[in-house]
Write a protein that binds this ligand. Sequence first.
Ligand code: ZN
Length: 170
Amino acid sequence: MTENIKKFYGEELSRKQISDGKITIVEHSPKVKYAWSCGEAMSRFLNELKEGKLIGRKCNKCNRILFPPRMFCEQCFKATNEWVYIKDTGRIMTYSISYVDTHARRIKKPILVGVIAMDGASKNMGIMHYFDEVKSDKIKIDMRVKAVWKRKEEREGAITDIKYFKPLGE
Ligand SMILES: [Zn+2]
């Protein structure tokens, strides 16, 4: 209510009017269902994750492999041309070491998170994910990493089907 409104017109209902049956009441529970489409590229990407695979889209004009996949090349202003599987290994482009959790509570073991440039995708194509099996003082830019997947029966078509990335240990 804005400060200028001193009184609403009409008559306010009392609890008594309702309990005495003076007011007509209709109870209704709507059956509302939502369906949300991820779009062509993201739907395929998520379905492939469920299979333990990473897929990108190739643009035949600039020859780039876009990852995560996009149906449209933002550089060429045209539709991308084909699906291309890429590897589940890559290189750390950037990372953060967080000593607070998602509830902003201080934690002893830091959360390592960052962007990984995936092998097989074009330059500067990366996804954000967690790192583990690496100490916070050992993690480095350009470190080679590999995806650690959930077991097939646990996967649900989400980016979290990859648990984290660990050092490749070459
Ligand atoms: Zn292009």
